[in-house]
Design a protein around this ligand. Sequence first.
Ligand code: GLP
Length: 243
Amino acid sequence: MKLYRANDYKEMSRKAANIISSLVIMKPDCVLGLATGSTPIGTYQELVRRYENGDLDFSQVCSANLDEYKGLTKDNEQSYFYFMYNNLFKHVNIKLENTNIPNGMEPNAQEECLRYERVIESLNGVDLQLLGLGHNGHIGFNEPAEAFETITHCVDLTASTIEANKRFFEKEEDVPRQAYTMGIGTIMKAKKILLIVSGEDKADILYRSLRGPVTPHVPASILQLHNDVIVVADEAALSRMPE
Ligand code: GLP
């Protein structure tokens, strides 16, 4: 595991964008695993800037997002499709048909989860998976549990995740209670993983994820077992980590 320290959110975003850019340059038809949440917004802005400067070309890139709320349409402002479209896709030359996100409007969870696994397989897997970190250690929407769920599945969101994500919705009741998410096994199959973490409120969970025991109670702790993980975190998030 490589750990890159950044002074602040801005530098974290730049460093993460540099890593993603280097892959897009070296492998123009790469498969990017993408994430939502507030953490990757700066990284996407940096990628857009590099594209606008003429340094990046997404025309052959494919993407697969980690997760999507169940029951939200694509044009719902809180859907992860909407997030991806507005924060990245519409600003660069990625082809929309090359982008993949679980379909939150498919009511049949089993069918949708299998379909999504097949999509990832048909892309020959994810080259680089970008991840944020939930306050309870969740990655994607893999919530703390008694066992690691391996493949894409439908998850009941925990009270703490609903609480954390309600800031994006008008009222707490509007936060969907379920989501489709890549499983831990799906994430671990990515050839490279890039975990980005910012802010003091993540310091404790980052420490437990990287230095604590590997346990499904802290889903991100599984990353300790992946052989190609890069962590880019700012000083506030690293405040519990020894130098
Ligand atoms: C959401 C997403 C995760 C994300 C997490 C952290 O629940 N499903 O993929 O990593 O929130 O979000 P933030 O970056 O806003 O702290």
